[in-house]
Design a binder for this molecule. Structure first.
Ligand code: V47
Length: 357
């Protein structure tokens, strides 16, 4: 009986591979089977085929800097080690001048993009955020400003009294160039209720990204994996992203983020290992047939796993990243930055061609 089951699984996997090769869409059941039964080497090879069909051997990377403008936050999500309140000694907030100085350092170090996200700050008025964008755009006109997750954008709507559409247009006019993919966590009502109830719910995260795309901006999408989620919930997450992408075409990259439990309420659970992380990248690549790019965010995957992801479905490596706080406060032992030369060598080491974006 066991060998019969095994044969059936191999047949199913062949059928999934045939679907992938013919460009057919994978189903919920296919996704679950890939997570649960596919040998990792077969899965990685198939995901690599898809990545190369879409992007050739090119692996893009960015010379960037993450600047977390403040860790003060009105929420208290169970998976977060970053948020602080005014009562905490290590709460911080950067002024516009401090943001400008940090952006200046980034530009002097060759950065072409800055990624700015933060907690839901208790006191900054709405105007602080467009002012930040205007200040940086005026001083560094060629610097790409990627900022504010769907959670922050939704909060700005409440702060400003404007509609979501008005907020996004206002920020776009002030210089916002791209919206990062954070805050999605797992698009599941069960997990939302258990882990991040005060944050916007899954349907709202999707609605904000839809509004971002309708305003003519593009964005990324993340999945926070390796905590209490089930396989079925991860596949549902893929299906929800795929469905929105069918309608708007506004997502650029999909980024699986490996959960780091230290200093969080979930510190008792282990961290997803390298194989689980590589499986996540590969399944995401296969399920999200309408996403052009899958990103290895090495700060969270770990450097070796991030490198291996480049031959198993990922085609973008993020980035030079100095001063990252969200993962390091949750115990990440990766360095906070890499040089451009390091990144190019690492990409070549996986048989790919480095391309700065
Ligand atoms: O939304 C929070 C996650 C995200 C932890 O769009 C944690 O290009 C691990 O979204 N362990 C923010 N993860 C980071 C993010 C991102 C990063 C790089 C590139 C892009 C992009 C987006 O970090 C949050 C949350 O899902 N997070 N706490 C933690 N303990």
């Amino acid at each position: 009986m066991q060998s019969h089951n095994r044969e059936m699984k191999i047949t199913d996997l062949d059928a999934i591979a045939a679907k992938v090769r013919s460009g057919a869409r994978l189903s919920r059941e296919d996704g679950i089977q890939l997570y649960e039964d596919a040998p990792l080497d077969v899965l990685r090879a198939l995901a690599n085929e898809v990545a190369e069909r879409l992007n050739g051997k090119d692996v893009t990377y960015v010379v960037n800097r993450h600047i977390n403008y403040s860790n003060l936050c009105k929420l208290d999500c169970f998976f977060c080690a970053f948020a602080r309140t005014r009562k905490d000694e290590d709460g911080y907030e950067f002024s516009l001048d401090e943001m400008r100085e940090r952006a200046r350092d980034a530009v002097d170090a060759g950065a072409s993009e800055i990624h700015m996200v933060g907690g839901l700050h208790p006191d900054y008025p709405y105007d602080w955020y467009p002012e930040l964008l205007r200040t940086l755009r005026a001083e560094f006109p060629s610097l790409a400003l990627k900022a504010f997750t769907a959670v922050e954008l939704d909060y700005f709507k409440d702060l400003s009294g404007m509609s979501l559409r008005e907020v996004i247009t206002d920020l776009k006019n002030a210089g916002l160039g791209f919206v990062p993919g954070g805050g999605a966590e797992v698009l599941s009502d069960r997990i939302w209720k258990k882990l991040f109830r005060k944050k916007i719910p899954p349907t709202r995260w999707l609605a904000v990204h839809q509004a971002v795309h309708e305003a003519g901006l593009r964005s990324n999408a993340t999945l926070l994996f390796g905590h209490i989620e089930t396989t079925g919930e991860k596949v549902e997450h893929h299906l929800a992203l795929r469905e929105l992408q069918d309608r708007t075409g506004g997502f650029v990259s999909y980024i699986p983020l490996r959960f780091h439990p230290n200093n969080t309420v979930l510190s008792h659970i282990g961290i997803a290992d390298s194989d689980a992380t590589l499986r996540e990248i590969a399944v995401g690549r296969l399920m999200l047939d309408n996403f052009r790019h899958v990103k290895a965010y090495w700060i969270m995957t770990g450097l070796d796993t991030g490198r291996l992801a480049l031959s198993g479905g990922a085609d973008d490596f993020d980035g030079t990243v100095v001063e990252e706080k969200i993962t390091h406060m949750a115990g990440a032992d990766t360095p906070e930055g890499l040089s451009e030369g390091d990144i190019r060598n690492l990409i070549r080491g996986e048989g790919k061609v480095p391309l700065r974006r």
